[in-house]
Design a protein around this ligand. Structure first.
Ligand code: AMP
Length: 508
């Protein structure tokens, strides 16, 4: 069954609110069907055929979400892109994905049109943060009725790019079954029903806000309070009307600084979920003391959807990511040999199940390298399973930095810095940061006599990299520490600079 067939089969019989915006505007389920039908017709008019990619880099808006649903209905493959990506970065994604249509912000129209023309993309449309643009205009003139294109379980529903450790991003191919099965599992596991009102403050170009939050809520037939971004005041304003929220750890550290966060304010809430980065045990404890709610931490990734979750009933253990979800197998293996390890032994986490993606777009070798012969996907996360069955994540095999819930692969930032005149080499590391979890930090070696400053480096990088990837500090050193094999010892750097942001103010 296609994901949209599943969504359609669970649309409440009685019309009700699907989305409510901060300004009071509402979209009901019937309107969802009519408006996504119009957009699906507009996509077909633009030449989008089943299996084609629709690449979308637009601000979060209800129309953006309807475009996602319309793409599914047209049998096409939804390909969301982080709104922070620069045109230089978009060039790679569009060249790699070869979409039939690119939808972008009106401010980037000319740049996108140029990139699209160079890569043979047939059409470019615009959609702004208010839901206006050429796509909306085209949809307004199209009929609301649309015959949903049937799709098989293994057909693609979406491609989400992950950052590549070697600098090249990989497109994770997600099938109809991957997304549908995981959302159904989460509805049951987290007890979502039509009575739920989900407070949605996550971006919708990432698996967390798009699939974990939206698909789950849709399959429960609930409602969403749809905020354009996380803002602690706005979240506190709407919390009394909500029953559930999904967030990254930064949401919770920021809410804890809000004087309005009290037991009374959260009295109507039944569930707070955290994921995408490690939640500090201290945050879990403080939140429980303030609100009476034990944040439920879960673990997943773009390639696998959700793998594990703390229990709904039972002990939600701080510092763990809970148990494998029903139907998902998780094991710990020796990174080198692949041999299975026992309880409490640390190794690489591997997963298998209907949630696991079908491979990397146009990268069959990379795909093969990340699967074991028996079908387990090698996550690259290092962890253990304790004697009670709780999964713990203890680190990341690939030195991935997670800052405010976003992944930054050091290699990509290092490549940009190394290309600057006067730079000999660099190492980019994550240092503990009270607000972001980790702060991207660049340690740079300059050529003798080169006059390089922190602000000069940051100015150049700002034009090349998405904001969340920019170093918070650039430090200059004479040499990078190396081991006897010549490898840069990032652990030594992390230790040396572990207090760099200790006094950084938490954002209010
Ligand atoms: P993404 O593909 O952007 O969702 O990032 C996936 C990565 O985020 C995983 O491979 C983990 O390294 C990390 N991650 C996700 N959830 C958690 C969690 N609850 N605790 C620690 N790390 C997490």
């Amino acid at each position: 069954m296609s994901l949209f067939e599943l969504i359609r089969s669970r649309i409440p019989a009685q019309d009700k609110t699907f989305l409510e915006m901060a300004d009071g505007r509402r979209i009901g389920y019937r309107e969802l069907l009519a408006r996504s039908g119009r957009i699906a017709n507009a996509l077909v008019l633009r030449g989008v055929e089943p299996g084609d990619r629709v690449a979308v880099q637009v601000e979060k808006s209800p129309e953006n979400l309807l475009l996602y649903l319309a793409t599914l209905r047209a049998g096409a493959v939804y390909l969301p892109l982080n709104t922070a990506y620069t045109l230089a970065e978009l060039d790679y994604f569009i060249g790699d994905a070869r979409p039939a249509l690119v939808v972008g912000d009106p401010g980037k129209r000319d740049g996108l049109a140029e990139i699209a023309a160079r890569h043979g993309v047939g059409a470019v449309d615009t959609l702004d943060s208010q839901g206006q643009g050429s796509l909306t205009d085209a949809a307004a003139g199209a009929p609301a009725d649309f015959a949903d294109v049937p799709r098989a379980d293994d057909d693609l529903a979406a491609i989400l790019y992950t950052s590549g450790t070697t600098g090249r991003s990989k497109g994770a191919m997600l099938t109809q079954r991957n997304l549908g099965s995981n959302a159904l599992t989460l509805v049951d596991y987290w007890r979502f029903t039509g009575a739920d009102v989900l407070l949605h403050a996550l971006p919708i170009y990432h698996t967390h806000g798009l699939f974990v939050a939206t698909n789950t809520l849709l399959l429960a037939g609930g409602s969403m309070i749809f905020l354009p971004r996380f803002d602690a005041d706005e979240v506190m304003r709407f919390i009394p009307k909500a029953t559930a929220m999904m967030g990254v750890p930064t949401f919770y550290t920021r809410l804890l600084q809000h004087p309005g966060l009290t037991r009374e304010a959260c009295a109507h809430m039944r569930l707070f979920v955290s994921g995408s980065a490690p939640l500090l045990a201290e945050t879990h404890r403080e939140f429980r003391e303030r609100t009476g709610h034990a944040i439920l931490e879960r673990y997943g990734m773009t390639e696998t959807n959700m793998n594990t979750s703390n229990p709904y009933d039972g002990d939600r253990r701080a510092g763990t990511v809970g148990f494998p979800l029903p139907g998902v197998e998780v094991r710990v293996a020796d990174a080198e040999t692949g041999a299975a390890l026992g309880p409490d032994e640390i190794g690489v986490l591997e997963v298998k199940g209907p949630n696991v993606f079908s491979g990397y777009w146009r990268m069959p070798e990379k795909t093969r390298a990340e699967f074991r012969p028996d079908g387990f996907f090698i996550t690259g996360d290092v962890g253990k399973i304790d004697r009670d069955g709780y999964v713990h994540i203890v680190g990341r095999a690939k030195d991935l930095i997670i800052t405010g819930g976003f992944n930054v692969y050091p290699k990509e930032v290092e490549s940009e810095i190394d290309a600057l005149p006067g730079v000999v080499e660099s190492a980019v590391i994550g240092c503990p940061h009270p607000d972001f979890g980790e702060g991207v930090t660049a340690v740079v070696v300059c050529a003798k006599g080169a006059a390089m400053t922190e602000s000069a480096v940051l100015d150049v990088l700002a034009a090349r990299l998405a904001r969340f990837k920019l170093p918070k500090r650039v430090l200059f050193v004479d040499d990078l520490p190396r081991n006897t094999m010549g490898k840069v010892q990032k652990n030594v750097l992390r230790e040396a600079h572990k207090d760099l942001y200790a006094n950084a103010a938490k954002a209010g």
